[in-house]
Write a protein that binds this ligand. Sequence first.
Ligand code: SF4
Ligand code: SF4
Length: 375
Amino acid sequence: MSDTIARPADTVRTLPRVPPPMAMLAELTHRCPLACPYCSNPIALTQAKEELSTEEWTGVFAQAADLGVLHLHLSGGEPAARRDLVELTQAASSLGLYTNLITSGVGLTEARMNSLADAGLDHIQLSIQGVSPESADRIGGYKGGYERKMAVAGWAADAAIPLTLNAVCHRQNMGEIDEMIELAIRLKARRIEVATVQFHGWAERNKQVLMPTREQVERATRAVAEAREKYQGILVIDYVPADYYSKYPKACMGGWGRVGLNVTPSGRVLPCHAAETIPSLSFENVREKSLSSIWYEGDAFNAYRGEDWMPELCRSCERKKVDFGGCRCQAMALAGDASATDPVCIRSPLRDRLTLEVEQLSAPSVVAMNYRGRA
Ligand code: SF4
Ligand code: SF4
């Protein structure tokens, strides 16, 4: 681990009870050439002039490695919009972090891919919006995006960088799941993540065009089960089903402040990607405090750790160590109270209202997609 990078004076070395984070999502920039209607980034994007510099990011990576982080996800926006992406990858890799680039592919070239491989990039996650130029470019709002993604997958294979395809699924593309899985096979991906849309950030504005129907979700679940059997040992298929059609919520983020943290383009440290939607929380910045102090002592991280914050319904429930009461941001969005039982839970008093709302939102409509504005 590099000893040439200065650590903040308030670095907390050890604290009992809370384990160190395993993963860090570094949102290098909010800039992005695509305009996906399902984008979960906040409505107000961070401007380029507010972004952490190369030196600041490198310092954050060093603190993360000291803290115990093993996996570093380089994300955005589109991380390739950062001119220093290769330099940042190299810095992270030299600190012993496993580096994963989460990208739309736009902004990468063959030469840049080779430089990333030389810099030690361990893995690449490439988003796909559809299985043809028509559907992918329509959903991503970027002409030529599909062709670029196909090229990027080829360059990744040539550079021997393991590839995962990321497919966010919603009403507009859920009928393409079989073909998305076939595409992953053709592109020699080792894994595909089929994740049902979540309505955070910009996506919230597109609920009416993106909410899948119950039939679509059931069909998608069957398609994934069949493909898992067919491609056992060849392709790993991760599936995040639509929780608004499930009985219980997901263990969001593996539990609040338990497994990982996010750093925004301007250095705010969040327990999860959407945490800024909870108005009662305030978030500290790596420009002012050490990562370890924020992780162990930060009010936002401690707000929903453990069980004391839980409503009685969850505190007395046998599933509280399975799903940790669900998603705090979803509770905020649907119940207006981040400390409520996630309304997706069948035991929540708000579940019936949510079911009705989902039925209405998934009904056929003529509403057009509202594309993400560009930063
Ligand atoms: S617009 Fe699309 S590609 Fe860009 S950050 Fe949002 S979801 Fe990702
Ligand atoms: S009551 Fe709370 S802990 Fe129990 S299943 Fe529902 S959300 Fe999970």
